[in-house]
Design a protein around this ligand. Structure first.
Ligand code: SAM
Length: 207
């Protein structure tokens, strides 16, 4: 099953299925961005809009993109803020956004589905203003080494969504190659994760 089809299928229960990674990501976003204010935000892989409401509060304008019509339909049903524009785009193809347009760009739980990071990092850097921030929040590679990957269950059948392992050095190398400077790297655990490797890793880069 393609990644796009899998997310279309998952979209109607993505928000309500038990999913500690999704819940932790939401809490991490609030902690990292809750006090920020900025002008233009690009949310890449917005899914059902779990983080879009927060971004719409801190940004003057938000462009939220995803390639799954099912996920976007859920987001549109939930987010009515007039400063949010939803757009269908496959981020493995040249991005339709203009250069130097955004102050903040976010990737949350999407990059495991992207085989190579170089192209999307280049596009992210191109669309950021000088001084703009790129926040990445992804399933920690330690979890990927142990078999962790996006999945959902329907009755007795579990669908594993195609995923690629990115080592920490892959993120750092691709970002540096696109002119982005690391300003913070953090690791995050859900309260249910005691004794386990970190669940999420976040990188904050600046152009
Ligand atoms: C696990 S969901 C995360 C959604 C949201 N960011 C969140 O944190 O809840 C991953 C999202 O990435 C989107 N996605 C995956 N590959 C993509 C691609 N090549 N282009 C655009 N969106 C993509 C999927 O459709 C899905 O909505």
């Amino acid at each position: 099953m393609s990644i796009q089809q899998a997310y279309n299928d998952w979209s109607d229960t993505y928000d309500t299925d038990e999913n500690l990674t999704r819940d932790l990501d939401r809490a991490v976003m609030l902690q990292m961005l809750g006090k920020m204010n900025c002008n233009a935000v690009l949310e890449v892989g917005c899914g059902t809009g779990k983080n879009t409401a927060l971004l719409a509060k801190l940004g003057e304008r938000v462009t939220a993109v995803d390639f799954s019509p099912g996920m976007l339909a859920q987001a549109k049903a939930k987010i009515s803020s007039p400063n949010v524009t939803f757009q269908v785009a496959d981020i493995t193809q040249p991005w339709p956004m203009p250069a130097a347009a955004f102050d903040l760009l976010t990737f949350n739980l999407i990059l495991e589905h992207i085989e190579g990071l170089e192209f999307v990092m280049e596009q992210a850097s191109r669309t950021l203003k000088v001084g703009g921030l790129l926040l990445i929040s992804e399933l920690h590679p330690f979890r990927q080494y142990l078999g962790g990957q996006a999945r959902f269950t329907r009755e007795d059948s579990t669908t594993l969504i195609p995923a690629f392992t990115h080592h920490i050095s892959d993120f750092l190398t691709a970002a540096a190659g696109s002119g982005l400077t690391l300003t913070a790297l953090n690791e995050w655990w859900h309260e249910a994760d005691e004794g386990k490797p970190p669940r999420l890793i976040t990188f904050l880069f600046q152009k």
